[in-house]
Design a protein around this ligand. Structure first.
Ligand code: AGP
Length: 615
């Protein structure tokens, strides 16, 4: 949520800031802004409402070009204060200090009161402006910028990733973080800061990931870091495996479309070196995994949104196949209750970004409650906060996911969870070699099966107009397909703004069936499994109430065709593990094409941001 980029460079920093903002736009797109220190050491600020493109046009239209070797920039997802130019970052205090901020300052009203008494004027309704004033206030009694920032952040309650520049210290950026991600990019031509490495990939592959509470002085040729106790520390410089091209849209119209079609490769990359022949390498979850999984008696899964839906599928697998009790809960609830966490629990967090504030806080809560739990994260982002806090880690290797609606992250999470199911089952002696071999072979078939399923895109596109003028839709499934129905409904609401609900098909008659009439299209997922006959009865119940239906089925399911019903055979002979992954694909395509029909912004749907790093 909110993207920060900044740098001190031998060259004009403005193109770097603009490129970085464009790449970070998935983090927020309400407004954007840039500030640089010009040659005469004065601030030059430009901000605008809307997408980065609007800011770019404003920059082009300016007669006196904005230029400088040091600057910071921001793309905003509004929390405090509506999306408006005066609320966009960077914020400036007394022409002396400027800040960009990602996070939320909870005590900003208290700080504001004091600052008003001290004569500060407020030009925005944001919580961020108090940070700029607090630093300026501290500079009155401090003779360097870093100690002023160190002092100022002591009075902040909440979360922050901060980039700070000052006209009095024109050679440096101060970068600090608590609860929000921030990293430093190192290069020959200068040093940079950003919320995400993808902002800087065209400049460098070398990154320092700031730890919680770290503060850094970033100079053109040097970076000095202090920890939260003020001690100078050396943080390792890590080489990123990401390539700049991975974050380009290529020949696709939308990132979501690209990411849907990248799934066969993403799954290959997730499986790479995690399986050998017919077996799963338990060490893929960490060197200690083999030893530690033996002692596990229960699994607690925590996640949000799509990652939660992946966890729901895994609950079925872990209990059914690995024979280990498994609970799942959304992070935003878990973190605020007083859960009971017994020893020998595997506490599993799932998060594409590895930065989701609720998931991260739930993990911290769990560690506080019981230090004896084993923590494991499944993320798509190396060096993320969740990854670093977890004892064991698994990276999905899906490559950067830019579209706000999660697609390849979901299917690769499912692959990771399938591998985990086998790893746990094997460690506990609950899975035999034949079962393992069958599942591994199923996983190996996935890239090919997905490629085949994607070939049905045209047929699915044809169905999208049915949703165009509808206000509501219903998704039905049983077993793991209930979780897939939830994911299908989430995709549809996110990008086409159609109200969509998912129900376990057997639950229909307990209430939701009252909703059904010809205005609510119903999507049912009908694999050829042990629940098929039950689902067929549910389909009849719906159909007899007059709604238009789409049934995605297995060739062998043979759902009886009826008027105003489209039956779309997807594939055949799927197993318990492969079926939910394959049936996800038509639902992704359907929501994508409905969004196209409706003309919504597929990659940047209203009100959303990719990485939810605030509460
Ligand atoms: C998915 O399409 C959503 N954009 C959203 O629900 C997302 O899955 C959720 O915010 C969790 O994000 P994470 O996986 O990065 O933790």
């Amino acid at each position: 949520m909110c993207g920060i980029v900044g740098g001190v460079s031998k060259k004009n920093i403005v193109p770097v800031l603009l490129d970085g903002l464009n790449r970070l736009e998935y983090r927020g797109y309400d407004s954007a802004g840039i500030i640089v220190l010009s040659e005469d050491k004065k601030f030059d600020l430009i901000r605008s409402v809307g997408k980065v493109e609007v800011l770019e046009n404003k920059l082009k239209a300016r007669k006196n070009k904005i230029k400088g070797n040091i600057g910071i920039a921001h793309t905003r997802w509004a929390t405090h204060g509506e999306p408006a130019s005066h609320n966009a970052h960077p914020h400036v205090s007394k022409n002396s200090v400027s800040v960009v901020h990602n996070g939320i300052i909870e005590n900003y009203l208290d700080l504001k009161e004091n600052q008003l008494d001290q004569g500060y004027k407020f030009l925005s309704e944001t919580d961020t402006e108090v940070i700029a004033h607090e630093i300026d206030l501290s500079m009155r009694s401090n003779n360097n910028l870093i100690s002023s920032v160190q002092n100022a952040v002591k009075s902040l309650k909440g979360s922050y990733g901060l980039g700070v520049i000052s006209s009095k210290y024109p050679d440096q950026i101060i970068a600090t973080r608590k609860g929000s991600p921030l990293l430093i990019g190192i290069s020959k031509n200068g040093n940079y800061i950003a919320s995400d490495q993808i902002a800087l990939l065209s400049l460098t592959k070398k990154f320092i990931f700031l730890e919680e509470g770290d503060i850094a002085i970033v100079l053109i040729d040097k970076v000095t870091i202090y920890d939260s106790n003020g001690n100078e520390v050396v943080r390792p410089i890590k080489s990123s495996k990401l390539k700049a091209g991975q974050v380009d849209i290529g020949s696709y119209k939308h990132f979501m479309q690209k990411e849907i079609f990248e799934q066969p490769q993403a799954i290959r990359d997730t499986l790479e070196s995690r399986i050998s022949f017919n077996s799963v390498n338990i060490s893929a979850f960490g060197d200690q995994a083999k030893k530690k999984f033996k002692d596990i008696f229960r699994v607690q899964i925590i996640a949000c949104g799509t990652s939660y839906n992946a966890g729901l599928v895994a609950k079925y697998w872990i209990e059914d196949i690995a024979k280990i009790p498994c609970n799942i809960e959304v992070a935003s609830e878990y973190r605020y209750r007083r859960p009971i966490l017994l020893d020998k629990t595997l506490f599993l967090t799932i998060s594409q970004s590895g930065e989701t504030a609720d998931t991260l806080e739930a993990l911290k809560t769990a560690i506080k409650i019981n230090k004896n739990i084993l923590t494991l994260s499944i993320t798509n982002t190396a060096e993320s906060s969740i990854t670093r806090l977890s004892e064991l880690n698994f990276l999905t290797n899906a490559g950067p996911e830019i579209g706000v609606a999660s697609t390849k992250a979901f299917t690769t999470q499912l692959v990771a969870l399938a591998l985990l199911t086998i790893a746990l089952g094997k460690s506990k002696g609950n899975i035999n070699e034949t079962q393992e071999k069958d599942i591994v072979n199923g996983l190996k078939r996935l890239p090919g099966l997905i490629t085949e399923t994607l070939q049905q895109a045209k047929q699915i596109k044809r169905l999208a107009f049915r949703f165009k003028n509808k206000n509501s839709a219903l998704f039905l499934g049983r077993g793991t397909m209930h979780a897939i129905a939830l994911e299908g409904a989430l995709k549809l609401k996110e990008i086409s703004y159609i109200h969509a609900e998912a129900y376990a098909a057997g639950e229909l008659k307990h209430g939701p069936i009252a909703l059904i009439d010809e205005n609510i299209p119903v999507v049912a997922i009908a694999p050829n499994d042990e629940l098929l006959e039950k689902l067929k009865s549910n389909i009849q119940e719906v159909k007899s109430r007059g709604s238009y239906m789409i049934v995605f089925e297995d060739f062998g399911s043979k759902v009886e065709s009826m008027p105003t019903m489209e039956i779309v055979p997807i594939t055949s002979n799927l197993g318990r593990i492969t079926a939910p992954i394959i049936f996800t694909i038509p639902l992704q395509l359907l929501s994508y094409f409905v969004a196209i029909e409706k003309g919504t912004n597929v990659d940047k749907p209203r009100n959303l941001a990719k990485s939810v790093t605030v509460e």
